[in-house]
Design a protein around this ligand. Structure first.
Ligand code: SF4
Length: 340
């Protein structure tokens, strides 16, 4: 069954904050909001999905539970009418930890909101303060508890390379998301958009944007942790449409159309490296790597970067990559043979 999200962007309406990295109007491409347009958005999207698809209406782009209560209820009523009519299966929304309380939870339950995506950008109070998130780690803990205790699915959205953030902070944030009972995660390396405070910080030198290489390396570390714990990684990096392709909106930071793919390549590179380090290798060694079908390009890396790097690093005679459809997600076999 295909999982289809019908995204309804609520740009900044719910948010009196201005996190230093955020320009929701830029990211979503929506400058104003008309609740009547929601019906058209949903109907248009539904005309393109199959009846068998698992379809969800997703209120994204701002802090949904922080918008004007009457407007939020109106939007939920609209979404819920599609659930009741059997035209969509569920509703999800994204919001901030400090906009979750018992009352909000009971409203979400009433309108069949089954998934809450929570901005858990960092668990470090220092990073939260430097990014002007305007809430603390305690708010994150409390919100996660309220959501999971209510039986609502939790997805954590975290960021890589925020001001003041270290790789260890990011590992701790990932561990918190795992331990909070989340079922999934999104990982967003920090991009600097124009018209944000982060942009001014980058111009003044108070913030140094992540290089693409560092963003890939640090993202790969948290994705590995999520996968080890069985969490689904829903997304790595912003969508290309999210203001990244125009210099009018994008200023600096890791910006690559296949950033998620680069992270997957890096995960394979680290995995194969760890396996090869267990062997005594020399220039007469051939290595045979087998991965699940569909993973060949991830294992080889872009432009065969992984293969070329590994052959040089271990001084190998050859490396042969193949696929085996009997291998499950994340499985891999490595065989080492010396030519006589
Ligand atoms: S809370 Fe969300 S919408 Fe509000 S400024 Fe921060 S990132 Fe943007």
């Amino acid at each position: 069954m295909r999982h289809v999200n019908i995204p309804v962007f609520i740009p900044h309406l719910g948010c009196p904050n201005q996190c230093v990295f955020c320009n929701q109007r830029t990211i979503s491409g929506v400058k104003s909001f008309d609740s009547l347009s929601v019906v058209k958005t949903i109907d248009d999207a539904l005309s393109t999905v199959d009846k068998e698809d698992f379809t969800e209406i997703a209120f994204f782009g701002g802090s949904f539970t922080g918008i004007d209560r009457a407007l939020m209820t109106e939007l939920l009523e609209i979404a819920y009418s599609y659930v009741k009519a059997g035209r969509v299966k569920s509703v999800r929304c994204s919001t901030r930890p400090d906009y979750i309380d018992e009352e909000i939870i009971s409203i979400l339950k009433k309108y069949s909101v089954n998934v809450v995506e929570l901005g858990l950008q960092s668990t470090s109070d220092k990073v939260l303060s430097l990014t002007k998130r305007n809430h603390t780690f305690d708010d994150e803990e409390r919100a996660c508890r309220l959501i999971t205790e209510a039986g609502i699915e939790l997805v954590g959205q975290m960021m890589i390379g925020l001001p003041g953030s270290t790789p260890l902070d990011e590992i701790k944030t990932a561990e918190f998301i795992i331990n909070s009972g989340a079922s999934g995660a999104r990982v967003y390396p920090t991009v600097v958009f124009r018209d944000t405070e982060l942009c001014s910080m980058a111009v003044s030198g108070d913030y140094i944007p992540l290089s693409l290489e560092d963003a890939v390396r640090r993202s790969a570390e948290v994705v590995k942790l999520f996968r080890l714990s069985g969490l689904r990684v829903i997304r790595i990096g912003l969508q290309a449409s999210e203001g990244l392709s125009s210099s009018d909106t994008y200023f600096a930071g890791p910006n690559h159309p296949s950033l998620g793919e680069l992270v997957e390549n890096k995960i394979y590179l680290d995995k194969i490296t760890a396996e090869l380090e267990k062997h005594t290798l020399s220039s007469d060694t051939k290595v045979y790597i087998t991965v699940p079908s569909g993973d060949l390009s991830k294992a080889l890396g872009q432009k065969k970067h992984n293969k070329n790097y590994l052959m040089e690093r271990f001084n190998l005679k050859d490396m042969l990559f193949s696929t085996d459809e009997s291998l499950g997600f994340g499985e891999m076999t490595v065989k080492v043979r010396k030519d006589i």
